[in-house]
Design a binder for this molecule. Structure first.
Ligand code: HEM
Ligand code: HEM
Length: 225
């Protein structure tokens, strides 16, 4: 952290959070394409689905133990903070990590992704593609999950992602470059706040956490008949 013309450079998004975000973007696009193409592309749908599951599990744990501004506690706001922010009376700290509005969309996206992944694990297209956990649940649960996964969840997720991108473009137009921080990690701020820890040790810790998440997901995948 250092000062320059009254602005302070703060590490907001640690490397693990940035890698999580941009890998998730690629994986979700790949999932949408492979899901719609179907047929042989479903092999990739499953591979990417397991990658998305590992990423999401990682992000949930990183939300508890990760860098200061990536922790869920840093962007759980009281309703009053959201109202103040919407009235233009937000505190300067609201522009460090996710703002009260941004936080809402982040939690909604994570929840929808989780729902998409969980239903994917128990979905069946009644042709060839069947999630690895379908045999553990009843036929009616499989149909409900497949219906949500293929007909509802994908549209909800698409709508939220489009809204997310529109919001980022809107901020960009209002001269708030949020993309730069998601790429490089730092923001130049008027408030001097502690940055997120992002050293070799925390990055190694993140890699280990991701490894454990991926191993757990690989075990789930191995339950397929
Ligand atoms: C499939 C597409 C996408 C998904 C699923 C997605 C998902 C997410 C999620 C979950 C977060 C929260 C990050 C965290 O705290 O871990 C986030 C934040 C962010 N995303 Fe995306 N994203 C997508 C596409 C994009 C694109 C195309 C851009 C750039 C144009 C973008 C720019 C950002 C930025 C700048 C933030 C930080 C917002 C803030 O400062 O509050 N995202 N995104
Ligand atoms: C964010 C994660 C995911 C997204 C965005 C996604 C998206 C999609 C889409 C767009 C389809 C095609 C729906 C259609 O027929 O129009 C689909 C089908 C399917 N997906 Fe996923 N998927 C995700 C995760 C998963 C996971 C983790 C699995 C399992 C490991 C999975 C298994 C399936 C199966 C079995 C189908 C066929 C279901 C059916 O047609 O009834 N998906 N998915």
């Amino acid at each position: 952290m250092y000062s320059n013309k009254n602005l302070t450079k703060v590490r907001v998004w640690d490397l693990p959070t940035r890698l999580f975000h941009w890998t998730l973007v690629l994986v979700v696009v790949g999932l949408a394409v492979s899901g719609v193409v179907g047929g042989d592309a479903m092999v990739w749908h499953f591979r990417l689905g397991y990658t998305a599951a590992s990423l999401l599990l990682f992000r949930i744990i990183w939300g508890l133990v990760g860098g200061r501004w990536s922790r869920f506690g840093a962007f759980i706001y009281a309703p009053q903070s959201l109202l103040n922010y919407l009235k233009g009376k937000g505190k300067p700290e609201h522009s460090v990590g996710h703002s009260p509005v941004g936080a809402g969309s982040v939690f909604a996206m994570l929840a929808l992704l989780l729902a998409q992944i969980c239903t994917g694990l128990i979905s069946d297209d009644e042709i060839a593609a069947s999630g690895p956990l379908t045999r553990f649940v009843s036929n009616s649960t499989v149909s409900l999950a497949s219906h949500y996964h293929a007909d509802i969840g994908k549209w909800l997720l698409l709508a939220l992602v489009l809204l997310h991108i529109a919001a980022i473009v809107f901020y960009q137009w209002r001269k708030h470059n949020l993309i730069h921080a998601m790429l490089h990690g730092d923001k130049e701020l008027v408030v001097a706040v502690p940055g997120s820890r992002d050293d070799a040790l925390s990055r190694t810790g993140a890699a280990l956490v991701f490894g454990v998440c991926a191993a757990f997901v690989a075990w789930i995948a191995s339950l397929a008949v």
